[in-house]
Design a protein. Structure first.
Length: 731
């Protein structure tokens, strides 16, 4: 496959390798210092985990659990080396993060010679301030996670599993990785104000884009939360709510700095504070007054009565165990000192909010209104020389040479040569930038096109051996796109059906269905086995049970839309010659496959699944083993031996129906490799994330496919008498 790398790619790799070697040579004499920095980070993290962090994380995890759930909660090590290897891995990562800045600093000469060292006109104190602000935001995001999100989330998830009969016995590796991932995601999400403000100020993404596309931003926050947080409704809201607040703060900060930049105004915080000192002082005193009134006139009792209310959701009752304490009780100080401290914090926060409001209102409203809209609509003739220099480039895009000269002449007539020179200079700069951008775009388009063509040709030649026909990737792609186009107008109905089936299944499991299935299934096993074996079902990962529900719900949603997909794509398939007959035959297919599915499910649920699991439990009990099944393994085994039996029965039925629709026996026999790949893909997507289970699912499916081929061999006399004439595309 070496020919798939074109000359440009090999050159880029060579330059990167050469730069890495130059950095190592430049930092060679200081590598001992880099190693010492790495060692400090590694050993510090290793011993901090052992002495402090494990206990801290456990306390955070247990802080909001019910008493009965907390008694069953355990952190377990699955192998003798789990703890020490985990400490070493985390220490290694932290040590590398510590060492990379030191290495880059000592290798700066090599980077500077190759033009890779960052050159910025920004003052160092500003960079330090930005770095401190970013660190403060990251710390604030992580603090929210540990103070609010983690305790509520772990309490809810552990309670959900416990009420369903699942013991929360978290693996220390999975538990720690989960906490670290969420901590990093909270810290990165908290960088939103800095990122949006910086992008807006630099005009990389205009402020108006962030302001007008807020709906998409909110949707993106929920999608981001769905990836990096547990997929249940409560934690999703706890994740998205602070992000929405941060987005609003980000819009405010971006509007302030962008308005000041576009209007060439200076934000005078000290002057604004002095002009409104009386209001700010009133807000500061108001904070003290509110805190005093809250603690002296029954505010604590009122809040505690609200916190004592219980919310019933399905089989669970949600109630907060947190209660406000009298002033000073939590800090161990006198009430007067506590009131002064709380009042000072609240008053200072109110005063800062008031100052932010006055800073915004003192910006020129006319400048805000004109400049926060279309930058091309700015009236250049109304600006002074500083305003001309600070105006965005878009204001000069539609300006031709005659108009620029006319504005400059007017400025000269008004005895303002500085403004005239600024107009001419900005016009010349804009023209030069536009020409350079056009030339660069043309060159880049041609270069990228050549690279893509060379790389694409090389790669496809490797795949096809230089041969292309109607049966290659391109032919499949064209047919698939034609079929998908037939679904485009029906996409809303398909998505709606999928969501209804998926959400309905999820809520059924979520509101007690998982525990009902467990109890009902165990009741079908011999009682002595269940009692003697002390059968326990545990969750090694905090969201293992919820993720299982999500996977099953998605699978049900897919099965729900399959008949609709078959019905809507039938005309396109018929036009391609892939099937024959009327599209109403899909209803016959749905009925036949549903009968096979539910018949196999009933057979498996009442007979096969209890027999299989009873045998496994009895075998382990005879060896005096403690039986603790993971929720994934236990419930997927139930699905495989219940619904899986129905799916296996459906494969021969589906093959007979396909043969009736025009897919010949010979085509099914000849395409067994493609079928194997498709079944492996299904097994990878909808089963637990291990290769053994994937093959345990795929092998029975392939056996069922073989049974279907045997049945068709008999029915079609070895393919000589198919149930329908072969369709053109598969003949």
């Amino acid at each position: 496959m070496s020919s798939a790398l074109d000359a440009d790619t090999r050159q880029a790799l060579g330059e990167t390798t050469a730069t890495a070697r130059a950095m190592l040579r430049a930092a060679q004499k200081d590598l001992q210092k880099v190693f010492i920095v790495f060692l400090i980070g590694f050993l510090g993290t290793f011993y901090a985990l052992r002495l402090y962090i494990w206990d801290f994380l456990r306390n955070v995890t247990e802080s909001r659990m019910r008493a009965d759930v907390g008694e069953s909660f355990e952190i377990i090590a699955q192998t003798p080396f789990d703890v020490i290897l985990l400490q070493a891995k985390i220490g290694l990562i932290i040590g590398i993060l510590f060492a990379v800045p030191a290495f880059l600093y000592f290798a700066r000469d090599a980077l500077r010679q190759r033009g890779w060292w960052l050159q910025t006109p920004v003052a160092r104190w500003k960079l330090v301030l930005i770095g401190l602000f970013a660190a403060a935001l990251f710390t604030g995001g992580a603090a929210y996670g540990y103070a609010v999100f983690f305790p509520v989330m772990f309490g809810f998830l552990a309670g959900f599993g416990f009420d369903a009969g699942l013991n929360p016995s978290y693996s220390i590796v999975l538990w720690t990785e989960f906490i670290v991932l969420l901590t990093i995601s909270f810290g990165l999400a908290a960088q939103m104000p800095l990122a949006i403000t910086g992008l807006s100020y630099a005009e990389i993404i205009p402020y108006e884009t962030f302001r007008d596309k807020w709906r998409y931003a909110v949707l993106g926050m929920f999608v981001f939360g769905a990836v990096f947080s547990p997929p249940d409704p409560f934690t999703q809201i706890m994740w998205a709510a602070p992000l929405i607040v941060l987005y609003g703060l980000s819009l405010y900060l971006a509007k302030i700095v962008v308005t000041a930049r576009r209007g060439s105004e200076q934000i005078e915080i000290r002057g604004t504070a002095s002009r409104h000192w009386n209001v700010l002082a009133g807000l500061l005193l108001g904070g003290f007054g509110f805190v005093y009134a809250f603690y002296e006139y029954g505010g604590v009792d009122a809040v505690n009565s609200l916190l004592s209310l219980q919310l019933a959701i399905g089989p669970w009752t949600i109630a907060s165990s947190y209660r406000l304490q009298p002033a000073g009780a939590a800090l161990g100080v006198t009430p007067n000192v506590a009131l002064g401290l709380y009042g000072g914090i609240l008053g200072l926060a109110l005063a800062l909010l008031g100052l932010a409001y006055f800073v915004y209102t003192e910006l020129d409203p006319d400048q805000i209104e004109s400049n926060m809209g279309d930058p091309t609509a700015i009236d250049l003739s109304a600006l002074d020389a500083e305003g001309i220099r600070a105006a965005p480039p878009e204001a000069f895009v539609d300006l031709d040479e005659d108009e620029a000269m006319a504005m400059a002449s007017q400025a000269l007539e008004a005895d303002n040569p500085e403004k005239a020179r600024a107009i001419v200079d900005r016009f010349d700069d804009t023209e030069a930038e536009r020409e350079a951008a056009e030339e660069a775009a043309q060159a880049q388009e041609g270069d990228l096109g050549d690279r893509a063509e060379r790389a694409g040709d090389s790669f496809l030649d490797e795949l096809t051996d230089g041969e292309q026909d109607t049966d290659d990737i391109g032919g499949y792609y064209t047919d698939i796109m034609f079929i998908l186009d037939s679904l485009r107008s029906r996409s809303f109905g398909l998505v709606l059906t999928f969501l209804i089936a998926m959400v309905g299944t999820f809520m059924a499991f979520y509101l007690g269905g998982l525990g009902v299935i467990r109890e009902n299934f165990l009741s079908r096993m011999p009682p002595q086995l269940v009692d003697e074996a002390s059968l326990e079902i545990i969750t090694l990962h905090p969201v293992e049970a919820v993720l299982f529900i999500v996977k099953v719900s998605v699978l049900v949603g897919v099965l729900a839309v399959l008949p609709m997909v078959g019905y809507y794509t039938w005309p396109a398939l018929k036009q391609l010659g892939a099937v024959r007959g009327n599209q109403w035959v899909v209803f016959l297919w749905t009925g036949s496959l549903s009968a096979g599915l539910f018949g196999g499910l009933a057979l498996g649920y009442f007979y096969i699944a209890p027999a299989v699991i009873s045998y496994l439990v009895a075998d382990a009990t005879a060896a005096n083993m403690l039986i603790t099944y993971r929720v994934n393994d236990f419930f997927w085994l139930i699905i495989f031996t219940t619904a899986g039996i129905g799916l296996l029965a459906d494969i021969p039925i589906l093959m007979i129906l396909l043969n009736k629709a025009g897919v010949p026996y010979g085509a099914m026999r000849g395409r067994w490799r493609e079928v194997t790949v498709a079944l492996l893909t299904v097994g990878a997507l909808f089963t637990p994330a291990d290769i053994i289970t994937m093959f345990l699912v795929t092998v029975p499916l392939m056996v069922a496919y073989g049974v279907g081929l045997a049945v068709l061999f008999v029915i079609t006399a070895g393919g000589r008498r198919d149930l329908a004439p072969p369709a053109e595309i598969v003949s």
